[in-house]
Design a protein around this ligand. Sequence first.
Ligand code: GAP
Length: 464
Amino acid sequence: MAAPNIETIVSLAKRRGFVFPSSEVYGGLGSAWDYGPLGVELCNNVKQSWWRWIVYDRDDIEGVDSSIILNRLVWKYSGHEATFNDWLIDCRKCKARFRADKISDNKCPSCGASDWTEARPFNTMLQTKLGAVADDDPTALAYLRPETAQGIFINFLNVQTTMRRKLPFGIAQVGKSFRNEVTPGNFILRTREFEQMEMEYFVSPTAEHSKLVDYWVEQYLEWFGSLGISRENLFLYEVPEGDLAHYSKRTVDVMYRYFPEREKPWEELMGIAWRTDFDLSTHSKNKVDAEGKRINPDSTEDLSYFDEPTKQRFYPHVIEPAVGVNRTVLAVLMDAFSEKTNDKGETRVILKLSPQLAPIKAAILPLAKNKPEIVGMAKAIKRSLQPVLRAVYDDTGGIGKLYARQDEIGTPFCVTVDHQSLEDEAVTVRDRDTWEQERVKVADLAEHLQKRLKPFPVTQPETI
Ligand code: GAP
């Protein structure tokens, strides 16, 4: 079972402290969201899981963390200044403004009229000004990055030479990106400020690029599986040639069923693109066009690569898996949502988060909060577990309420300390998904929980 719609998750997320509407005390800010105490843990766990999987578990990928604000020339030569546009149209009747590609039946979604202005481009890079300058000084213009990828390309040589890398190898980065979206919405699915996890995999121009796209698609399907996202809620979309970005020769989008209640349930979760040698060539000082003219007279570096075995110099091609943190978090929450009826016929929400992603791994609950010995023992257990896993102590309600709250936020284990614990030095461990309970010695508790929390292993193929 998954969530029936995004609204179910919006309400759970607010009620339980995952995600709040931003700037609420001033009436909010359209499509901006703040991550609460549990949301920040969930996001961090997604990012950590990705980093471990893509950087630590493999031997062919390095990490970087580049600036959000880069030299404006990066965006000139990447093509974003000229082409990172949405096409806008206005309804002449009600003056509402829309993205042209989102109007499918030629009718205005606000008033139903079909009288449109001509479509015109709107650049979606968010602008800012650097330094103490006059408002109209064009040299101060800078952009908040619309993708993390360019910070990787301009560091290609730095990473390759300092880490003594040979092709094929990749560079990964996770961080914020910004787009002045015309129609943001659907909770954290489309916002103007969001986070990306991108990896640029550099290969020879003669590599089998299409096969490598397929390889990364398979890898990501496995990774999503390890996060608890069911394969049947994912769909692969081969982007048609006419819709490819200016740098891409092939892109496969991994779509998630964000709208199960709709006729068209799919929306993009990530894209895997063969970006050709576009990016490294465009930022290079030596690359020339068909007439022998330098395509980038502003660059001071040549980002080409010398291949020792073939004694050839070339611009590497790139396979890029690009995934959003926020869209992954939303898919994870939707897939983890389930309901279960207890003995009394009451329906309870259980968030079946993969243990590696759960914000809290174990909640330590005293059965009697007016018994100092039990409270003391429960608090001591919490402290002893904390160095190995995220644990909390909670005595703010009766045991039934406490269990229900932990189920709803996805805590895999509740550890209950009772009168018997004072005598036998053992506690009850309750499983979130089965509600089964077992008695475990306090001395064995950390090891017992750690074993059961072990992340699902993602298999790595030997070679690429
Ligand atoms: N470097 C390639 C690139 O940025 P993209 O398809 O534009 O490709 C990659 O973005 C991923 O970033 C998307 O699949 C999505 O998960 C996430 N993303 C893009 N725009 C977003 C937005 N406005 N809000 C939330 N996530 C977004």
